[in-house]
Design a binder for this molecule. Structure first.
Ligand code: C2E
Ligand code: CA
Ligand code: CA
Ligand code: CA
Length: 279
C-alpha cells in the first residue's frame, strides 16, 4: 500500500510534514480496517486490591494486520479521533465487547464487568444512549456488567447535555467510570454533580510510587476523596509490589497493571477466567 501511495504524495505541499502525510494515509486505511475487520479487542483484568480476585476487564483495541502484526491504539486512535472515524471504531469495540461478554456468560464463566473506552468525540457526536441500548439489546449482554470509561475532557463540554446523557446511561443500568482521573483540566465540582461510579487514577500518579512523596500524597488523597464521595477507586498501571502494597494500605478498591495481568487476546483471557474461577 505504501508504494502505491507514494506517487500521490507529489501534490502535497512540501511544507506538509511526514507525520501529516502519514496521518492522511492512515485515515484512508482506517476506513478499510473497520470494514474489513482487522480490529481485535484485548482484555486487561481489573483486580480487587484486597483479595486479588479478577472482578472485571478493560477492553483495549488493537489493529491486527493480515500478517498478524499488532498495532497499539496509540498509533491510530489519535488519527481516528481527528477524522471522526473513532465513532465507527468505538461502536465496533462496544458491540464486539458486549458480544464477547455475553458469549463468556453463556459458556458458564463467572460474570464480570467489561469496561469500554468512549472517546470524547464519540460521546458528543453520536447518540450514545440509543447506541448503547441498541447494542445491549442485540447482544443480550446485561447492562449492569457494562462500564463506560469517559474522560474528563469529554464531560466538560455542554454540561446540561452531558448530564442528560449520563443520567440516561445510568438509568439503563450501565456503570460509568472517569478514565485518567487527575490529568484533565476539569474542576472537582463535577464529581458531585455527575452520576459516576468509578474513578480510575491515571498511571502517571502511580509510576513513581514509592519514590515520589508528592505522587503518594496525591494518590492517597484521590483514594480518600473518591471513597468519601461514594465512588469505587481503581489505580491504573500498577507494575510493582511496592505500588500495590501502598494502594492496599490506602484503601484503593481495584487495580490494573502489568504486575499481575497484561492485556491479552480474548481466548487467553477466557482461559485465565476459567483457571481463576476454580475453587
Ligand atoms: P487507557 O484507557 O488509559 O488504557 C490503559 C493503557 O495502559 C493501555 O494501553 C494498557 O495496555 C496500558 N497499561 C495497563 N497496565 C499497564 C502497566 O502496568 N504498565 C504500562 N506501561 N502500561 C499499562 P493501550 O492498550 O496501548 O491503550 C492506550 C490508550 O488507547 C488507552 O489508554 C485509551 O486511551 C486508548 N484506547 C484503547 N482502546 C480504545 C478504544 O476501544 N476506544 C478508545 N476511544 N480508546 C481506546
Ligand atoms: Ca481506559
Ligand atoms: Ca486510563
Ligand atoms: Ca491513559
Amino acid at each position: 500500500a505504501k508504494d502505491a501511495g507514494r506517487g500521490n504524495f507529489a501534490y502535497y505541499s512540501e511544507a506538509m510534514t511526514l507525520a501529516a502525510r502519514e496521518r492522511i494515509e492512515l485515515e484512508a486505511r482506517l476506513r478499510k480496517v473497520i470494514e474489513q475487520q482487522e480490529l481485535r479487542v484485548f482484555y486487561q483484568a481489573q483486580v480487587a486490591a484486597a483479595s486479588g480476585r479478577i472482578v472485571g476487564a478493560e477492553a483495549l483495541v488493537r489493529w491486527q494486520y493480515p500478517d498478524g502484526q499488532l498495532i497499539a491504539p496509540g498509533h491510530f486512535i489519535p488519527a481516528a479521533e481527528s477524522s471522526g472515524q473513532i465513532v465507527a471504531l468505538g461502536e465496533w469495540v462496544l458491540a464486539e465487547t458486549c458480544r464477547q461478554g455475553r458469549a463468556w456468560q453463556d459458556a458458564g464463566l463467572p460474570p464480570l464487568t467489561l469496561a469500554v473506552n468512549v472517546s470524547p468525540h464519540q460521546f458528543r457526536s453520536s447518540d450514545m444512549n440509543a447506541l448503547v441500548a441498541r447494542i445491549l439489546k442485540k447482544t443480550g449482554f446485561p447492562a449492569k456488567y457494562l462500564e463506560l470509561e469517559l474522560t474528563e475532557s469529554g464531560l466538560m463540554d455542554n454540561q446540561t447535555k452531558v448530564m442528560g446523557i449520563l443520567n440516561d446511561l445510568r438509568a439503563q443500568g450501565v456503570r460509568l467510570a472517569i478514565d485518567d482521573f487527575g490529568t484533565g483540566y476539569s474542576s472537582l465540582a463535577y464529581l458531585k454533580r455527575f452520576p459516576l461510579d468509578v474513578l480510575k487514577i491515571d498511571k502517571s500518579f502511580i509510576d513513581d510510587i514509592p519514590h515520589s512523596q508528592y505522587d503518594m500524597e496525591i494518590t492517597a488523597t484521590i483514594i480518600a476523596m473518591g471513597r468519601t464521595l461514594g465512588f469505587k477507586v481503581l489505580a491504573e498501571g500498577v507494575e510493582t509490589t511496592a505500588q500495590l502494597t501502598f494502594l492496599k494500605t490506602k484503601g484503593c478498591d481495584y487495580y490494573q497493571g502489568y504486575l499481575k495481568y497484561k492485556p491479552m487476546p480474548s481466548d487467553i483471557f477466557a482461559e485465565l477466567l476459567r483457571q481463576t474461577a476454580r475453587p
